[in-house]
Design a binder for this molecule. Structure first.
Ligand code: GRG
Length: 302
């Protein structure tokens, strides 16, 4: 576990550099916006998604590490925008995030909306630059595929779609299929993007890319139900954000519908299936770190 922690810290620091290097500069006029964007981006998230993307690229053969860096930076920007918007009073109305006051608590709602918009757009600027810098047609083709995947998973048939159904439910009890649509898109979609875009940049073939995407789906579902469990059992100190927010927002989560024990069983089943798939992939690189990272994400207490 200590080894994993050290390895994760090293890889998170690498991801941090990759994001920082690609942060687009502003001017003296939009400095408040830039500072609001930087406030959330630099707030010390776990950087799980970019770490997964870079590592999956390595495991799959590391064909295009620069491409992977561009998409890793973009993915963390998209994830951070989604957290800023998710915390807004019109959505989950959370005052704390990543152990600090939420973006709108510091910069006000209007600027927090713009900071989220700015990060989403910046992610696509970074992706476009990554495509422009492809040196040969094969790399360009791979980068275009990774870009399309990232845009799809962040979009109306991905994270935004999942969030829209969550908002639309507005505290109504949903059936299991609807809840699984929400979880698959709101939470799994960006993790699918992390594994699959990493595999594309690494040079994996189509059938393996589909397997990596499936791993992302399973890890995401387990990760979300672990989040539901932590909302019931964790402390604000551990999580860096308020607990019992699902109760307070009248949200029906898997755990609120089926109970903690069923939640634990679901997490175990989904994560075992993800690890079986991982073990079955014949990739050139060492998968030990990814395996341990998946186990850490599922067992996490923050
Ligand atoms: C606003 C379009 C839009 C989408 C919001 C991110 C999201 C969708 C909702 C957040 C709800 C939530 C808490 C989901 C649980 C899984 C999750 C995304 C947790 C946060 O990710 P971590 O733990 O966060 O990787 P850090 O801060 O470490 O990056």
């Amino acid at each position: 576990m200590n080894d994993l922690r050290t390895a994760l810290e090293t890889k998170a620091a690498e991801a941090e550099r990759v994001v920082k290097d690609r942060f687009v500069k502003g001017s003296e006029y939009n400095s408040v916006l830039i500072s609001a964007m930087d406030y959330s981006l630099s707030a010390g998230g776990k950087r799980i998604r970019p770490v997964i993307l870079l590592e999956t690229c390595r495991v799959c053969g590391g064909k295009d590490p620069e491409g992977a860096e561009g998409f890793a930076a973009a993915l963390e920007m998209i994830h951070t925008y989604s957290l800023i918007h998710d915390d807004l009073p019109a959505m989950d109305d959370d005052d704390m995030r990543r152990g600090r006051p939420s973006n709108h608590k510091v910069y006000g709602e209007a600027m927090a909306i713009l900071a989220g918009d700015g990060l989403l757009n910046m992610a696509f600027e970074v992706c476009a630059d990554t495509l422009k810098m492809a040196g040969d047609p094969e790399t360009l083709k791979r980068r275009a595929a990774a870009f399309a995947l990232l845009a799809d998973k962040a979009g109306v048939n991905g994270m935004i779609g999942g969030q829209s159904v969550d908002v639309d439910l507005n505290g109504q009890l949903s059936d299991d299929d609807t809840l699984s649509y929400v979880y698959r898109n709101k939470t799994s979609a960006l993790l699918q993007a992390a594994f699959a875009a990493g595999a594309i940049c690494g040079g994996a073939d189509d059938s393996d890319i589909a397997k990596w995407e499936e791993i992302g789906y399973r890890v995401g579902m387990a990760f979300q139900v672990r989040d539901d469990i932590l909302d019931e059992t964790g402390t604000e100190e551990e999580l860096g954000k308020p607990v019992h927010s699902d109760d307070d927002n009248d949200k029906y989560t898997y755990v609120r519908i089926h109970g903690l024990e069923a939640g634990e069983r679901y997490v175990a089943e989904m994560s075992d299936a993800a690890l079986d798939l991982l073990d079955g992939i014949d990739a050139p690189g060492d998968k030990t770190f990814l395996r341990e990272l998946i186990m850490y994400m599922i067992r996490r207490n923050n």
